[in-house]
Design a protein around this ligand. Structure first.
Ligand code: ATP
Ligand code: MG
Length: 134
């Protein structure tokens, strides 16, 4: 069974959308097998986003991810990685399809604050899950 990592980002937690996002996961048969609320520290955030170090948006992304509590979830299901990416919608909330998590809860004026993260491959899922779930 495929596993993936979901993060509910600080803007969605602050705006009290955790419950609605979890409902969408459940309704779409993405089984939650583990879940934690936490605040990232600088070292964890850099480790998590290591592929983006040096990019123009990296500092903004790091500041945002450190700005409040997040919820990390381990999701399981057939084809879970692709199905969850589909449910999230495009990276930029302005481009995210109607009814997707990022269309509903992402900030349409600031693409950094796009409400959720999802692993983009089996390799990323394995690496990212290991950072949060022992
Ligand atoms: P995620 O990895 O969060 O699931 P993604 O795979 O759709 O999103 P990535 O290209 O991996 O997008 O970028 C990681 C995150 O960095 C994005 O989710 C977004 O929060 C932020 N980001 C990406 N591109 C930009 C940009 N051009 N300007 C500002 N922030 C950005
Ligand atoms: Mg990504």
């Amino acid at each position: 069974i495929e596993k993936t990592l979901s993060i509910i980002k600080p803007n969605a937690v602050k705006q009290k959308h955790v419950g609605e996002i979890i409902s969408m996961l459940e309704q779409n048969n993405l089984r939650i097998s583990q879940m934690r609320m936490l605040q990232l520290d600088n070292v964890q955030a850099k480790m998590f986003y290591q592929e983006h170090i040096g990019k123009s948006f990296f500092d903004e992304l790091l500041n945002f991810m450190l700005s409040g509590e997040i919820v990390v979830l381990k999701l399981e299901g057939e084809n879970a990685i692709a199905r969850y990416r589909e449910l999230m919608g495009a990276t930029n909330p302005c481009d995210a399809k109607e009814g997707s998590i990022r269309e509903k809860f992402g900030d349409k004026t600031d693409l950094t604050q796009n409400a959720v993260h999802g692993s983009d491959s089996k390799e990323s899922a394995k690496r990212e899950l290991a950072l949060f779930f022992k």
